[in-house]
Ligand binder design. Structure first.
Ligand SMILES: Nc1ncnc2c1ncn2[C@@H]1O[C@H](COP(=O)(O)OP(=O)(O)OP(=O)(O)O)[C@@H](O)[C@H]1O
Ligand SMILES: [Mg+2]
Length: 294
């Protein structure tokens, strides 16, 4: 097959891992930086150009779209979809899963347990909604944040109000969540490929930190999922229309709670932690999926 990986750079761990896995299986791979792709659209015509050359003869696209270029990346993927080129990530699923709030709404509506979450228009609204959280401490999440940078902990109601006031004043959108204390700075990443969880790990925050993002120094180790966690991870990807995804779960006193679902999950953490060839699983899945669609 001719596989195109939409990625900013071949030197990124995930990209090079996918290139290696595809070559190992005798595929021809091209890395295309989607931020340098141009589109031509007219009646029944949807072309993609890369440095003034039309991209032709691609059998499968593997999008690795960063959060800062979601919209542009989705436009490129959609153009391939219109050409009937297989993409392991659809433009719609990408757009939907990039928005934390949309993801929570859709998951909750489909019977998935998520942390109790508030979206408040005014600080005054927090006054009557705060008690619905059920915890004194509250987690504030900027809706544009990534890698833990837009996530903070308010110690109590007063603290939550003053932070919220400042954020509303500067026009930043955010959500407020109950603080799941019992997860103790840990979360679970279930890596889903097709209808299987191919690898899973637990991430542990550094001392004194509640966010378990690797970028914030968290460590990780392989973890065995419970049957329930496995079922939930698969259900989330199904609901969101994702074929490859990282589902993040908090272990709470009332069972597993889904935090977020990542449509372009990094491979470095999961492969180095578990020793599993996740990139190989992705390529093998694409081969099977394309065959089943024929
Ligand atoms: N409600 C919560 N209760 C306890 N801990 C939480 C809660 N929400 C998030 N955390 C911790 O903070 C970390 C970061 O939160 P989250 O994953 O929502 O944002 P993010 O990592 O910045 O987003 P992204 O993964 O999209 O970059 C989580 O991995 C988890 O360890
Ligand atoms: Mg996260």
């Amino acid at each position: 097959m001719n596989i195109a990986i939409l990625s900013r750079s071949g030197s990124l761990y995930s990209t090079s891992s996918l290139v290696r896995a595809a070559m190992k299986r005798q595929h021809h791979v091209r890395i295309i930086d989607h931020t340098y792709c141009d589109l031509y659209i007219t009646k029944n015509t949807y072309e993609v150009y890369y440095f003034d050359k039309k991209i032709l003869n691609i059998n499968a696209v593997i999008p690795r779209i960063g959060a800062s270029v979601t919209h542009y990346g989705a436009a490129i993927i959609r153009q391939f979809e219109l050409q009937k080129v297989y993409s392991v990530l659809s433009s719609n699923a990408l757009m939907m899963s990039r928005d934390k709030l949309v993801t929570l709404q859709i998951l909750a509506a489909n019977g998935i347990d998520v942390p109790r979450t508030l979206l408040a228009s005014h600080v005054q609204s927090l006054e009557f909604l705060y008690d619905r959280l059920g915890t004194t401490k509250a987690v504030i999440k900027l809706l544009v944040g990534t890698q833990g940078m837009g996530v903070l902990l308010a110690e109590d109601k007063t603290n939550l109000f003053s932070i919220s006031e400042a954020l509303i004043r500067v026009g930043k959108s955010f959500i407020v969540q109950e603080f799941i204390k019992e997860s103790k700075g840990r979360d679970i990443r279930a890596f889903v490929v097709g209808d299987k969880v191919v690898a899973s790990m637990e991430r542990m925050a550094v001392e004194g930190e509640f966010r378990s993002n690797i970028h914030l120094g968290a460590t990780s180790r392989p973890v065995k999922l419970t049957e329930e966690e496995r079922r939930i991870a698969l259900k989330c990807t199904q609901i969101l229309g994702l074929k490859v995804a990282g589902v993040d779960i908090l272990r709470s006193n009332r069972g597993p709670l889904v935090l977020e679902v990542n449509a372009s999950p990094g491979l470095e953490g999961i492969e180095t932690t578990t020793g599993i060839d996740v990139a190989g699983e992705i390529i093998a899945f694409i081969e099977r999926d394309i065959k089943s669609l024929r």
